[in-house]
Write a new protein. Structure first.
Length: 133
């Protein structure tokens, strides 16, 4: 510890003296400026003003609301991402889900479901470009 203090103390002193010494030398090199007590050489006349400074138009309410909309989107982005992640996790089906087993009965005849008493009407006939069906 003592060696570290003996090493750091001269380095800190040398750095401090160098910095303060440069600041003093820089101040000596500056040219002293005294305030002027006479008027400016050019004074504009009252009618010679010309156009005043041009300021940009203030933003419209629509532009202001657009800025707040973007700011709101930026602030809510992490919350929206977290919410979508949680909703995706909740709505995702579990990996352990199994399909229901098939019935042990023989396969059903698909023609048994047709009601032969009511036959649907035929689709309309489309005539071709020649006029023949």
């Amino acid at each position: 510890m003592a060696k570290t203090v003996l090493l750091l103390l001269p380095i800190m002193l040398w750095t401090a003296l160098t910095c303060f010494g440069q600041a003093r030398n820089e101040e000596k090199k500056l040219i002293p400026v005294k305030p002027s007590y006479h008027e400016a050489s050019y004074v504009p006349h009252a009618g010679d003003q010309g156009p005043g400074p041009v300021f940009p138009a203030p933003p419209t309410p629509r532009e202001q609301m657009y800025i707040f909309w973007i700011l709101g989107k930026m602030l809510s982005f992490p919350i929206d991402k977290a919410e979508s992640f949680v909703r995706e996790r909740i709505n995702r089906p579990s990996k352990g889900a199994m399909t229901a087993p098939a019935a042990a009965s023989p396969p059903a005849n698909p023609f048994n479901s047709i009601n032969w008493k009511e036959i649907p009407p035929a689709p309309p006939v489309k005539a071709s470009a020649t006029g023949k069906p």
